[in-house]
Design a protein around this ligand. Sequence first.
Ligand code: PLP
Ligand code: COI
Length: 342
Amino acid sequence: MADTNIDWANLSFSYMKTDYNVRCTYKDGQWGPVEVSDSEYVPMHIAASCLHYGQESFEGLKAFRGEDGKIRIFRLEENAKRFIRSAEGISMQPMPVEKFREMVLKVVELNKRFVPPYGSGASLYIRPLEIGISARVGVKPADEYMVIMLVTPVGPYFKAGFKPTKVCMSREYDRVAPKGTGSIKVGGNYAASLVAGEKAHELGYSVMLYLDPKEKKYLDECGAANFFAIKDNTYITPASESILPSITNMSLCQIAEDLGLKVDRRPIRLEELETFEEASACGTAAVCSPICQIDDIDTGKSYTFGKADEAGPITTKLYNQLRGIQNGDLEDTHGWCDILPE
Ligand code: PLP
Ligand code: COI
């Protein structure tokens, strides 16, 4: 049963202490056993490579409680594969998919009472992270690593939830370099996005929409979420080497096809914003967050999409289909959910 003291329906996207986290250390050329901890702290060497040179990567996936009482974990394997690519991208030891799976299943099992009840709209966010823990003063990869997985129950990432939100764009900010680390999920990318994110919030926007860092002509992504738009019964989403390949976006592309839409993944010129019928951010935390307006804060130009108080019809269909599969209300025809063994 879910814990009864939590106001599940009003959770925000923030950290809450749960019962346990799990940890695994790579040492002497091998991954050790999965350890269970009830501490929220990590003792480490003051010269650890994660502290000095940013050897850190992370993931984000969610567990949902269905009406049938079962707990479903969405796209565990895709997150495991991206966790490997991120580790390789900053010269860390990649964790095998099976070890990743063992850790995810264990941390969810140990914190089952924090998986929100069916119908609350909330979910259990699972946050795996990897850090280099060897002492380093010269710039060189560690040879010892630790993977930690913590969980926390969460509500919507953007305050509005599934209500349209406003975003801004500017040529003054990049989160990554053209051939840099944008396509992997490493902490440094997020540090580099904080100033732009705070600027967007200060001006009253949910998030900064980034343009491609090389030419500033194409759309990249929306803070910690990908971007998609709808036009002429087509799901359009940017192709770019400086964005994170979102697993939610990949799933929505498949759902769009299943619903009879065309899917077009290609570079999207900024001017094309004028022609879109619907626009949205998407990601594990953001799910589908409809966008009603994009303001170019350099030129003062605004682009609007659909109604300001209601998501567009196709975005709504895509959202309902995705949430239906995650909750177990709709058949999981693509095998995206791992059901937690009872
Ligand atoms: N883009 C960035 C920069 C992100 O941090 C995230 C979040 O993980 C996403 C996109 C969405 O990816 P996913 O759908 O795999 O969560
Ligand atoms: C996610 O969607 O899982 C993210 O990682 C977004 C963010 C909170 C960094």
